[in-house]
Design a protein around this ligand. Sequence first.
Ligand SMILES: Nc1ncnc2c1ncn2[C@@H]1O[C@H](COP(=O)(O)OP(=O)(O)OP(=O)(O)O)[C@@H](O)[C@H]1O
Length: 220
Amino acid sequence: MIALHDVAFAYPQGGFRIHVPHLDIAAGARVAIVGPSGTGKTTVLNLIAGLVVPLGGSVMVDGTDMAALPDAARRRFRLTRIGFVFQNFALIEYLTVLDNILIAARIHPDLPLTPNLRARARDLADAVGMGDKIDRHPGGLSMGEQQRVAIARALLARPAILLADEATGNLDPDTKGRILDLLFDQAARSGTTVLAVTHDHDLLPRFDRTIDFRDLQAAP
Ligand SMILES: Nc1ncnc2c1ncn2[C@@H]1O[C@H](COP(=O)(O)OP(=O)(O)OP(=O)(O)O)[C@@H](O)[C@H]1O
C-alpha cells in the first residue's frame, strides 16, 4: 500500500536531509512510527502525502508514484485517498467545526457536498464527542477538542490511508483510548491503512507493527 524506495529529501533551507532506503507498509496495516524529535518523522508523512516531493526515489502510495505526479494530480490524490491528522491540526479559524470536518468537500469536486456526506460529518463529530459544538470555531476549542475535530476531518472521505502525526497527543488517557478505538474501528470498516507517528509508547501494543525511525534511515 505504501512503498518508499531510495527516497532522498532535503528542505531548501536549513540543511536538513533525509534518506530512506526502504519502507513497506501492507494494505490495512496499523503501523506506528516512533523516534526522537526533529529526526524527520513528519517529513516522511509529508512525503507520503505528497505535500513535499523527494529529490530522488519513488514514493508509491496505493499503486501511484506520488513523486512522479504533477502538482494538481498529487493534490487531487491526497484529497480523495489520504486522510491526514496534522500535528498542529491545521483547522481553519473562519470555518465552524462542522465545516472544518467537511473541508475536503468544499475544495474538491471529486467529493460533492451531499446530504449523506453532511450526515457522515455530523456522525463523526458525535463519535469524537464534538456533536454539541459543531457551530463553534477552532479558536474557542481546547487543544484536545481541536485534535478530535482534526481526526473527524481526516476520516470523512473513508481514506485509503490515514496519516496521523501525534493524533492523540493532547488527549487525556480515557479520551485517547476512546479516540484510538474510533480511529481503528473506522479504519477497519474502510480497509484504511493507518500510519501514525507517536511519542506515546503506551499505545504501541495497539498497533500491528512499530517502526523505530532510526532504523529507517541511512546516511545520505
Ligand atoms: N519547512 C522546513 N524547512 C526547513 N527545515 C525544516 C522544515 N520543516 C522541518 N524542518 C526541519 O527538518 C527536521 C525534521 O523535522 P520533522 O518535523 O520531520 O521531525 P519530527 O521527527 O517529526 O519531529 P517531532 O517529533 O519533534 O515532531 C527538523 O530539524 C526541522 O527543523
